[in-house]
Design a protein around this ligand. Structure first.
Ligand code: HXC
Length: 283
């Protein structure tokens, strides 16, 4: 049974706004990134999702393909974003099989809850490598295709867009979060890469923006952080909107930034957290 669209996208968007677009997604088998991808596919895109686990990545790709009749979704498993060659090969395969890379979602991330006293230098490095080096490797492997896409779509004919990157980041580094020094350092770096890319490749028509989710229900991140209690809290009572977010709300932000409506947004962080970080973060 296909996942009903009401679970991953609002009904304010027009079908077909991403017709013929191709999105390349790292961490694409994860809860948030698969919802982002499903929304784009529902609205007309084809997709290539990248993950470490072969079986899971291929299964999620097949499942996402049910979002639209005729959709093409490739799952490339066994691909670790820490390995630049893996990404170069994945990007080449995406272009060979789907014809282009118009959008990139850099979503692969690692996270565990640990005080600095329990964190080895290799533990710190592992998260930095997945998030920061992985983001850099993703940009490096895909930027030539994004530049081509931006040039092809410069006329913005029929409102079709191309040449856009979104990084899935976080908000904790704005204020600090115990047990998350490694992740905070990594996500601050991801935001910095986003800003550099915005300045460096904006002149080519490529846009680069962060989507920063708060606690999103049903995700491994929330289970690890709120469930086990990075801050000892496990309710959403401190969030100004009084609830955790949904994957649909992250997908909607993604659709906005990739769509014709997001044409002039570059170098920005779009926080989607119900106002949580301003109140200390994580509910
Ligand atoms: C302390 C830990 C640890 C823990 C692992 N390590 N877990 N240290 N506490 N709970 C240490 C290990 O001991 C080891 O150091 C080092 O990290 C590498 O561990 P490996 O298991 O070899 O790494 P690897 O197989 O590459 O796995 C990476 C991982 C894992 C990050 C540790 O959790 C993973 O694969 N995560 C991907 C999925 C994930 O995290 N999803 C959640 C994303 S949510 P030593 O010294 O022993 O060698 C998210 C939201 C963040 O990112 C935003 C909210 C703030």
């Amino acid at each position: 049974m296909p996942v009903p669209p009401s679970q991953y996208i609002s009904n304010v968007w027009k079908e077909g706004i991403f017709d013929g677009r191709v999105v390349f997604v790292t961490g694409g088998a994860g809860t948030i990134c698969s919802a982002q991808t499903r929304a784009l596919v529902h609205l007309g895109a084809n997709a290539c999702i990248i993950g470490r686990n072969q079986q899971k990545t291929e299964a999620v790709a097949n499942d996402i393909a049910t979002a639209r009749k005729g959709a093409k979704v490739i799952g490339i498993g066994g691909c670790d974003v820490r390995n630049p060659e893996n990404l170069v090969k994945a990007a080449e395969r995406c272009v060979k099989e789907l014809g282009a890379i118009d959008f990139v979602i850099a979503g692969a991330a690692g996270n565990f809850v640990s005080p600095i006293s329990g964190l080895s230098s290799n533990g710190f490095k592992t998260v930095m490598d997945i998030d920061v080096l992985g983001t850099y490797n993703t940009v490096k492997a895909t930027i030539p295709y994004l530049i081509e896409s931006a040039a092809r779509n410069k006329s913005n004919e029929n409102g079709l867009t191309g040449g856009r990157i979104i990084y899935v980041s976080a908000t904790f580094h704005y204020t600090g979060m115990p047990m998350q020094a490694h992740v905070m350092a990594a996500k601050a770096s991801v935001d910095s890469i986003m800003a550099s890319v915005a300045l460096e490749y904006g002149p080519y028509g490529v846009t680069s923006n962060v989507v920063a989710p708060g606690g999103i229900e049903g995700t491994e991140g929330l289970a690890r952080l709120a469930g086990k209690g990075a801050e000892g809290k496990n309710t959403a009572s401190g969030i100004p909107l009084g609830r955790w977010g949904t994957v649909k709300e992250i997908a909607d932000a993604t659709v906005y930034l990739f769509s014709d409506a997001g044409n002039y947004v570059n170098g920005e962080v779009l926080v989607v957290d119900g106002g949580d970080w301003r109140n200390g973060g994580m509910g």
